[in-house]
Design a protein around this ligand. Structure first.
Ligand code: PMP
Length: 289
């Protein structure tokens, strides 16, 4: 596999960064996870806009135009002969001293990895996920805005470990006030009667690209959805639930903390939305060639 590193394609074995890179020393950097569907990059511009906003929020001046990064992403997919896959774009603060200050780092690193994607096993889409609420809270927005997709994912890594220790693949994370924020790598949607709800970004949810695409789909399908603070009780008593994410797409949830959601089977609306999502990805992308 070839990796894009600062303007050149290098062999995987040669793709290395300095031990003095603040991305490694302090998790000082940002990233994006993007999908390639049949030779088209899904919502590339939105991902790059989110990357730019993350960079701006952490005072990281990216010296590359959006079009340069977009072209590098497409080139990385072409070089690796990918038609379908997962693209990871990373920007690290670059080499500095052992001190925390970002002022010593003047050469941010742009790294792009385009690889095949490992999806959740198919049975989870047909039967639904069983998940828990993690005791690990989402990082307080006043400490590190969760809207920034930073390299500082330890909070989510620990919550994912909570999920695995409970025999689950995902976990809900609450914010410091006890409201539902999101899962470790996915956004949350629930239905009560004919109304859908998703936590607002102010509750600690990432402004997911898939979440945005699903909100667009819901509007097209005349499905009412509002961004509302929700508690665990609201989740436990939901009639239907699904998660959204670049890797997961739209995946049903049928049990949370041992409480059955709805009828304990993936809901009809979830299927309808997943189908609409598959239609969307087949036409809403940027061709890599
Ligand atoms: N929340 C978190 C914490 C994430 O890391 C991600 C991305 N995996 C998401 C939500 C979903 O966002 P997107 O749809 O942009 O992948």
């Amino acid at each position: 596999m070839k990796i894009y590193m600062n303007g050149t394609m290098v062999d995987e074995a040669e793709a290395k960064i300095s031990v003095f890179d603040h991305g490694l020393l302090y998790g000082d950097g940002i990233f994006e996870g993007i999908r390639l569907y049949r030779g088209c990059v899904f919502r590339l511009d939105e991902h790059l806009e989110r990357l730019e906003k993350s960079a701006h929020a952490i005072l990281l001046d990216m010296p590359w135009e959006r079009s340069t990064i977009a072209e590098a992403i497409c080139e990385c997919c072409r070089v690796n002969a990918l038609e379908d896959g997962y693209i990871r774009v990373l920007v690290t603060r670059g080499v500095g001293t052992l001190g925390l200050s970002h002022l010593n780092c003047n050469d941010p690193q742009l790294i792009i990895i385009a690889d095949k994607i490992t999806l959740y096993p198919e049975e989870h889409y047909t039967e639904g996920l069983k998940i828990i609420t993690s005791p690990t809270r989402r990082v307080n927005p006043a400490a590190l805005p969760p809207m920034v997709k930073s390299l500082n994912y330890l909070n989510n890594v620990l919550a994912k470990a909570d999920a695995h220790r409970a025999g689950c693949l995902e976990a809900i994370m609450l914010n410091d006030q006890g409201y539902v924020a999101e899962c470790t790598g996915d956004n949350i949607f629930i239905r009560h009667k004919d109304k859908w709800f998703t936590p607002p970004t102010s509750a600690g949810a990432l402004r997911g690209i898939t979440r945005g695409a699903v909100l667009d789909i819901m509007e097209d399908l005349d499905i009412s959805c509002s961004e509302t603070n929700m508690t665990r009780y609201d989740i436990w008593t939901a009639d239907e639930m699904f998660l959204t994410g670049t890797a997961a797409e739209v995946i049903p949830v049928v049990e949370v903390d041992g409480r059955t959601i709805g009828k304990g089977k993936p809901g009809e609306k979830t299927h309808e939305i997943l189908e609409a999502f598959h239609n969307l990805v087949s036409k809403d992308g940027q061709m890599i060639r």
